[in-house]
Design a protein around this ligand. Structure first.
Ligand SMILES: *[C@@H]1O[C@H](CO)[C@@H](O)[C@H](O)[C@H]1NC(C)=O
Ligand SMILES: *[C@@H]1O[C@H](CO)[C@@H](O)[C@H](O)[C@H]1NC(C)=O
Length: 239
C-alpha cells in the first residue's frame, strides 16, 4: 500500500496541490483585488495629472490674457500720449495737475507801488492761483478754512522806519480798518549815508471765512526793491 500509493502519487499530488491547483484559487481573488486597486490607483493618478494639466492650461490662459491686456493698455497709453502730444501745442492746460486745495503764490508786479502801501502783484505771467480770487493787490478767500500765509519782501533801510505786514479785511467788520495778522518792523537809527538792504519774512496759520481779503502792506512802498520779482512774494495755501 505504501509502496503503491505513497512514492508516486503522493509526490504527484503534493506537487499538484502545492504548485498548481492551490495557487489559482488562492491567488485569483488576491490578484483581482490587487488589479482593481491598481486600476483605481492608476485612475486616481491619471485624474490628478489631468487636473494638473487643466490647472496648467488655466494658468497659461490667465497669464497670456493678462499679458495681452497689459501690452494692449501699454499700446493704448502710448497712443493716448501721441494724441496728447498732437493736442499739446494748442490745448494743454497749465499746469496739467490741479491743486487739491486753494493755493496762491504771487510775485511783485514791476509797478508794485500804491499810495496806501498795499503791494500789487504780477498777474501777467499766470501765477499759481487756484480757488482764490485776486483783486487789486488782495487775495479773496473763496472757501472757509485754515490757511498758511507767507510773504517776503526785499527792502532798503533808510532813516525811516520800515514796516511789513500782512493784513485782512472782512465783510463782517469795517473794511476801512484792516486787521493786522503778521507784522515785522525795522528801524535803523541814523548810521551814516549807507543804504543797507534787508529782507523781511512773515508766515503763519489763520482761519478765514469766505470773502475775507488778505493783502501785504508796507509803510513806505518806495523802500521795496523790485529788481527781481522773485525777491518779493506773497502766498497762501489751505492746510
Ligand atoms: C461773497 O461774495 C459774493 C460776491 O460778492 C456773494 O455773492 C456771496 O454771497 C458772498 N458770500 C458770503 C458768505 O458772504
Ligand atoms: C519813503 O522812502 C524813501 C526812500 O526809501 C524816502 O525818500 C521817503 O522820504 C520815504 N517816505 C516816507 C513818507 O517816509
Amino acid at each position: 500500500m505504501a509502496e503503491h500509493g505513497v512514492p508516486y502519487p503522493s509526490v504527484f499530488m503534493v506537487d499538484t496541490h502545492a504548485a498548481y491547483p492551490p495557487l489559482p484559487p488562492k491567488l485569483r481573488p488576491h490578484d483581482r483585488r490587487r488589479s482593481v486597486a491598481q486600476t483605481m490607483l492608476f485612475l486616481l493618478v491619471a485624474l490628478a495629472f489631468f487636473g494638473l494639466a487643466i490647472e496648467a492650461c488655466f494658468i497659461y490662459h490667465l497669464y497670456s490674457t493678462k499679458g495681452n491686456a497689459e501690452s494692449g493698455s501699454a499700446a493704448l497709453s502710448i497712443q493716448d500720449e501721441e494724441d496728447i502730444t498732437d493736442i499739446l501745442p494748442t490745448e494743454r492746460p497749465n499746469p496739467v495737475v490741479l491743486p487739491s486745495k486753494p493755493v496762491a503764490h504771487l510775485t511783485a508786479a514791476p509797478q508794485a507801488g500804491r499810495e496806501d502801501g498795499v503791494i500789487e502783484w504780477n498777474m501777467e505771467d499766470q501765477p499759481l492761483l487756484h480757488g482764490i480770487i485776486y483783486n487789486k493787490g488782495k487775495l479773496v478767500i473763496q472757501k472757509e478754512g485754515y490757511y498758511y500765509i507767507y510773504s517776503k519782501v526785499f527792502f532798503s533801510e533808510a532813516d525811516v522806519p520800515f514796516m511789513h505786514s500782512v493784513c485782512k479785511t472782512t465783510p463782517r467788520y469795517s473794511e476801512i480798518h484792516p486787521l493786522s495778522l503778521l507784522q515785522s518792523r525795522r528801524y535803523h537809527p541814523k548810521s551814516g549815508r549807507n543804504i543797507v538792504t534787508s529782507n523781511s519774512y512773515l508766515g503763519g496759520v489763520f482761519h478765514f471765512f469766505e470773502n475775507d481779503s488778505i493783502f501785504v502792506k508796507v509803510v513806505n512802498i518806495s523802500q521795496i526793491r523790485i529788481s527781481l520779482a522773485t525777491e518779493n512774494v506773497f502766498g497762501i495755501y489751505m492746510i
